[in-house]
Structure formats: structure tokens, C-alpha cells
Design a binder for this molecule. Structure first.
Ligand SMILES: Nc1ncnc2c1ncn2[C@@H]1O[C@H](COP(=O)(O)OP(=O)(O)O)[C@@H](O)[C@H]1O
Ligand SMILES: [Mg+2]
Length: 264
């Protein structure tokens, strides 16, 4: 069983998936209640957010008949930022072959880049390796070399925003398996390996934010969250037509936005 919780600005999504023996994933439970308590992807009211998460969990549990204990949780909000960092080490060991330990040490060096203490590191993803000057190595394990360099993509987020989200999930009586940047999760969900290899950008338009992830040579190159989303369109429609937000939202979605296919 795999469980995911996505706490968005307008709705919370809980999905329960069953992994079959051949590796395919079937969704067996789903809860998508409206969310209150968030602004642009960030928790601004604990009680309301907990109530939304609990309701999403209950619905998904009822549909699937599965009691959920832990989940992967998406992190959004424009406080999520990324940077790329390189780390280099001398290959150790008498045979001068790249070992798992060398890869870990190089990744640690890349991670040691100065990130302010009010930031929490979500991901340190190796994008590629340089083995004795040879670029573009995907898996250096076992290669003969003197010097190993790794290029990493580091995603970090505001520590307090992450703590508040974590608190809301824990108060909903769910353990967190892992925190995942929503933009990378969106890429993982909709992209093929070829697209990632050729280079592609994914934009997940939410209500308050737009998650962005750029992939190149198979790995994430840049991730960011823009503080604009569908709410901005609704707001503009309301101002332009001098109507209220509910009428503007209905006009946009049900009457004139209907032909747009939704994937998110
Ligand atoms: N058919 C549509 N046409 C235009 N906008 C849409 C349509 N369906 C949904 N939206 C907009 O998408 C936004 C909701 O996106 P969603 O990913 O569900 O939000 P979040 O994850 O941020 O809570 C809302 O602003 C909504 O108006
Ligand atoms: Mg969304």
C-alpha cells in the first residue's frame, strides 16, 4: 500500500494506492475535500487544516476499507526553493574503484553548501557524476577513477512552514513516511523517462500556487513554486465583471473553462 497526502490551497487530496505484483499502481481510495486554513500552499490555521486532512483521510479509508497509518506528504508554497551544488572527493581504497561510500561522501560534500538554518533540506538528488573529468556519468559505481565529482539538485523549504505542515499531519494521526516537494512529485506522476531525458518543464497550476519542475538529461535541473494560480484568474474575473468570487469561479470553471482538460 502507498498513501499520499497533498495539502493544496483549495483542497486536500488523500490517495491510497495498491502496488500489484507487476509493479503497477491501482488507486483504491480517494478523498478530496475542500481545504480551509491554507494560503498559497502554506498553513495559516492549524485547526482548519487538520479538519480538512482528517476529512480527506476518512473518505479515502471509507472507500478502500483500509486503515491508513502513514503517508507520503507533498510540500508546496513559494518558500520551496532549489539550488544545484557540486561535491568532489578523491576515490579511496587500494583498487581506486568508485565505491558506494565514495558516492555518499561526494554527495555529503555537495550537501555541505551553505543553506541558512531556517531552511529544511527536502531532497539532495544526484543529477550526474564527473569521473576524472569525464562528464555525463549516470552510475559511477565500480568505475576506475582518482577523482569523483557529483552534481546534485538540492530542494529546501522554510523550516517553520514544514514544521506546521508536519504538525497538521501528525495531529491527523498519520505518520509521515517522507516529505516530497510537490513539483517533483508532479513530474514523477506525469512524465515519461524520454521526456525527462530530452528536457521538459512541468507546471502544476493550483489555486494559489504554480509548481514548476524542469528536467534535463533525465534529472531535475530546477524546481520552484510561483505564488500565482487559478485564484488570481478568479479574482480578476470578479473585479472585471464586478461580481463576487463564487459567481466568478463558477463562470470560469463550469461555464467557460469546461473544455479545458484537468490533470491536476
Ligand atoms: N476547468 C477549469 N478551468 C479553469 N480553471 C480550473 C478548472 N478546473 C479547476 N480550475 C482551477 O484550478 C484551481 C485548483 O487547482 P488545484 O490543483 O485543485 O488546487 P490546489 O492543489 O492548489 O488546492 C482553482 O483555482 C480552480 O479554479
Ligand atoms: Mg494541486
Amino acid at each position: 500500500m502507498l498513501v499520499a497526502i497533498d495539502v493544496g490551497t483549495s483542497k486536500v487530496v488523500t490517495l491510497i494506492g495498491e502496488v500489484t505484483r507487476d509493479g503497477a499502481l491501482t488507486i483504491i481510495g480517494k478523498g478530496t475535500p475542500a481545504a480551509t486554513g491554507l494560503k498559497k500552499g502554506v498553513v495559516i490555521n492549524i485547526d482548519q487544516t487538520v479538519a480538512s486532512i482528517r476529512s480527506a483521510i476518512e473518505r479515502a479509508e471509507r472507500l478502500s476499507g483500509y486503515k491508513l497509518e502513514s503517508a507520503f506528504v507533498g510540500v508546496g508554497g513559494s518558500h520551496v526553493e532549489s539550488q544545484n551544488s557540486r561535491g568532489a572527493v578523491a576515490v579511496s581504497g587500494p583498487r581506486r574503484e568508485v565505491s558506494r561510500e565514495d558516492i555518499e561522501r561526494a554527495t555529503e560534500v555537495a550537501r555541505a553548501v551553505t543553506i541558512p538554518s531556517n531552511r529544511e533540506v527536502l531532497h539532495v538528488l544526484p543529477r550526474g557524476f564527473v569521473v576524472d573529468g569525464q562528464e555525463g556519468v549516470k552510475d559511477p559505481l565500480g568505475m576506475s577513477a582518482i577523482r569523483l565529482e557529483v552534481e546534485t539538485h538540492i530542494v529546501h523549504a522554510s523550516a517553520t512552514a514544514v514544521q506546521n505542515l508536519t504538525k497538521c499531519v501528525q495531529l491527523s494521526e498519520v505518520r509521515i513516511d517522507e516529505l516530497v516537494a510537490s513539483s517533483l512529485a508532479a513530474g514523477e506522476a506525469v512524465l515519461s523517462a524520454t521526456e525527462r531525458e530530452l528536457g521538459v518543464a512541468v507546471a502544476d497550476l493550483g489555486a494559489g500556487t504554480t509548481d514548476l519542475a524542469l528536467f534535463m538529461d533525465g534529472s531535475p535541473l530546477h524546481t520552484a513554486v510561483l505564488p500565482i494560480g487559478g485564484h488570481n484568474v478568479t479574482n480578476d474575473v470578479a473585479i472585471g465583471l464586478k461580481t463576487n468570487l463564487i459567481a466568478a469561479e463558477e463562470m470560469k470553471m463550469l461555464r467557460h473553462g469546461r473544455s479545458v482538460t484537468r490533470r491536476g
